[in-house]
Design a protein around this ligand. Structure first.
Ligand SMILES: [Zn+2]
Length: 661
């Protein structure tokens, strides 16, 4: 018979029951005790690790913070940011509902045939060589050139006639990109078509000797920090193991790529960056002060490359650049390969072009650029859309490759002198992930990891400490702009550093962000703010009904004001899908913040809006930009060009066609 004492026992009695009564039970107890203490120690360690910035704060700040800290173990699990003015909830990347719509995709090669041409780089002479891997073939190359100057230059390219070349042909300096064709000698049938871009080192290049870190911006469109963990676990593990800094409170400030990247590259808010391409004075974005101009001024070599030519950040619906904006500019190449090479699309975007993944052309160019200019300061923006913009699952296919590219950078010594931002502009803005309850947060939380070279961490130890602390503080694109300015003037005092026009209070992330920072302090409007919790509200609530009707009305008024009623349909409310109210910060306020999702006809278009309801006037306070369309709307607004109008327009002439289906 087993003797087990469940009541509190004395030492002797307990020992006896353990040793004499039931040996297994005793072992179980011992294991349980060990297990509990291990969990406690690990828990404490993780908590300390993740929240060490907070624990390291001054006493005064700790006092403020301690009054807001909830149950001991829940902070890290529940919040990205938990400061006095901002409670930013965490999202579980592996929640059951997200996993239900997520489909992991393996990387597969775009072309299985062996390379008929290999490009070699002669590092002694600084030249590229075209080597044919088969003696029985002949090949020719067509140089790709920018189409002159003027308005069409950024939307066109010249593909010159194909010239035969001999074995180990040295690519001339003026040839920046080519498309090659190979065939059996004395035949005309093309065996293989390929494309290559070159980063030529200028002749008489004298690298500057000063120890300025280079800057590499490595961007993947539409990748939230949550989706990054979900879809790219190997890269996530790599970044953590290599001790990259993460900004867990990094938030977007605008709807899509353009306003977010512009805030980061110019410091402009939405209206300033819109003026950059909408003003009658400007024909292009050339006059807009993008930060690479400042880097160029300071002696940095500059580069910019982006895939998906049709919808590139500065070319749709923006007018692009009359002159190449950077020293190295891949756009003519990207347009040419999109048009010339065999393409395989995934989720509506070219995924494979010819024999490579579209993104790999951008990454190969980045690898070449950083390697060629390793010994001098360089600034490069390398941005991809092709494996992330339209499908939140597809980044999984590039996970392993991304780590390989990271390791190539490492092997080439680029990490030793470059500050690298591995980041995104926003999370998924539409589709199945966006429709989940957590979709609202994911959309607003782009990925942001930062690499600092070892010497930099040592020489600017206080910057590294601040960056660690800012991990769990609210940050925005404007802070990154200020940081990019700071990198140019590392020994300048905080007060003398340039700040973003769109957010004069924002500053470099190498300085501690205020503990009591609000969204408004960080230049983030109410619509994009994720600092406060929403609670469910009844969709049949009279206020919810009234304010949703007013939202639809406001959208129709917008279409009237923009003279779009001839081409766009009038919207009518179909159904209120959900409604939430926001945690009330000021109980005496006349305003209540609401977030509603609703469907409007025609086409049951799904919208989401955040708005303030004035309890006295019983009217909403709405900026039409704060209404998001969260169902995919690729073809519906084809009749309008303006990106904002596209969100609200369902072209009238498309309705009969849509009704047929
Ligand atoms: Zn984007």
């Amino acid at each position: 018979m087993t003797r087990i004492n469940y009541h509190i026992v004395g030492q002797h009695e307990r020992d006896e029951s353990l040793t004499l009564g039931n040996k297994n039970f005793g072992l179980k107890c011992l294991k349980a005790a060990l297990c509990c203490s291990t969990i406690l120690v690990i828990g404490l360690y993780i908590w300390k690790l993740d929240w060490s910035p907070i624990l390291n704060q001054s006493n005064a700040q700790n006092k403020i913070l301690s009054s807001h800290i909830p149950a001991f173990f829940n902070i890290k699990d529940k919040y990205f940011v938990y400061t006095s003015q901002c409670h930013m909830s965490k999202v579980d990347p592996f929640s059951a509902d997200a996993l239900q719509v997520f489909h992991r995709t393996e990387y597969t090669k775009c072309g299985l045939s062996k390379n008929l041409i290999t490009v070699k780089f002669d590092s002694r002479k600084g030249t590229y060589i075209l080597h044919m891997n088969d003696e029985s073939i002949g090949c020719c190359y067509s140089p790709i050139e920018r189409a002159g100057s003027g308005r069409k230059a950024d939307f066109n390219y010249n593909l010159l006639p194909c010239s035969n070349f001999h074995q180990d042909f040295v690519v001339p300096q003026h040839v920046k990109a080519i498309i090659t064709k190979c065939h059996k000698i004395n035949t005309t049938r093309v065996l293989q078509q390929d494309a290559f871009a070159f980063v030529h080192q200028p002749r008489n290049n004298k690298p500057e000797k000063s120890k300025k870190p280079s800057v590499l911006l490595w961007g993947i469109d539409s990748l939230s920090r949550i989706n990054f963990q979900r879809t790219m676990p190997l890269t996530y593990k790599y970044l953590r193991e290599q001790l990259w800094f993460e900004l867990q409170g990094y938030s977007k400030i605008g709807v899509n790529t353009y306003p977010n990247l512009m805030a980061l590259l110019t410091g402009y808010n939405n209206s300033l960056s819109t003026k950059c391409y909408k003003s009658k004075i400007f024909d292009s974005l050339d006059t807009c002060h993008l930060i690479w101009k400042d880097y160029k001024q300071e002696g940095f070599v500059t580069a910019y490359a982006e895939d998906w030519a049709k919808f590139a950040t500065f070319n749709h619906p923006q007018k692009g650049f009359l002159k190449p904006p950077t020293d190295y500019y891949l756009r003519p190449f990207v347009m040419a390969i999109e048009k010339t090479l065999k393409s395989e699309t995934k989720s509506g975007i070219p995924y494979c072009l010819g024999r490579r993944h579209y993104a790999e052309y951008i990454y190969d160019y980045a690898i070449d650029f950083t390697k060629i200019f390793k010994s001098q300061p360089s600034f490069g923006l390398f941005w991809t859309n092709s494996f992330s913009h339209n499908s939140f699952s597809l980044p999984s296919s590039m996970d392993k490759r991304t780590v390989e590219y990271m390791r190539t950078l490492e092997k080439n010594g680029i990490m030793e002198n470059s500050i690298i931002l591995f980041f995104s502009d926003h999370g998924m803005r539409f589709g199945p992930l966006r429709k989940l309850k957590s979709g609202f947060l994911e959309e607003r939380m782009p990925n942001m990891y930062i690499w600092l070279p070892k010497w930099f961490r040592k020489q600017y130890a206080s910057f590294a400490r601040a960056l660690e602390l800012n991990r769990n503080r609210l940050t925005s694109n404007y802070d990154i702009y200020a940081t990019l300015q700071h990198i140019l003037k590392l020994n300048t005092s905080a007060a003398d550093l340039p700040r973003a026009d769109g957010c004069p209070d924002c500053h470099s992330i190498f300085f501690e962000m205020p503990e009591n920072r609000t969204c408004s302090d960080a230049g983030i409007s109410e619509h994009w703010c994720t600092c406060n919790m929403y609670e469910e509200s009844k969709t049949i609530d009279a206020v919810v009904k009234r304010l949703t009707s007013q939202l639809v009305e406001a959208t129709n008024e917008y279409l009237v004001a923009r003279n779009l009623t001839d081409v766009c349909s009038k919207l009518t409310l179909h159904k209120i899908v959900s409604a939430e109210t926001k945690e009330q910060l000021d109980a005496n306020s006349n305003f209540m913040a609401y977030r509603v999702q609703y469907e409007a006809n025609p086409k049951k278009a799904l919208f989401e809006a955040t708005t303030r309801w004035n309890r006295q006037t019983e009217h909403i306070d709405i900026d039409v930009n704060d209404i998001s369309r969260i169902s995919q709307y690729e073809n519906e607004p084809k009749c309008v060009k303006d990106m904002v109008a596209k969100k609200y327009c369902i072209c009238a002439k498309y309705i009969p066609i849509l009704k047929k289906h």
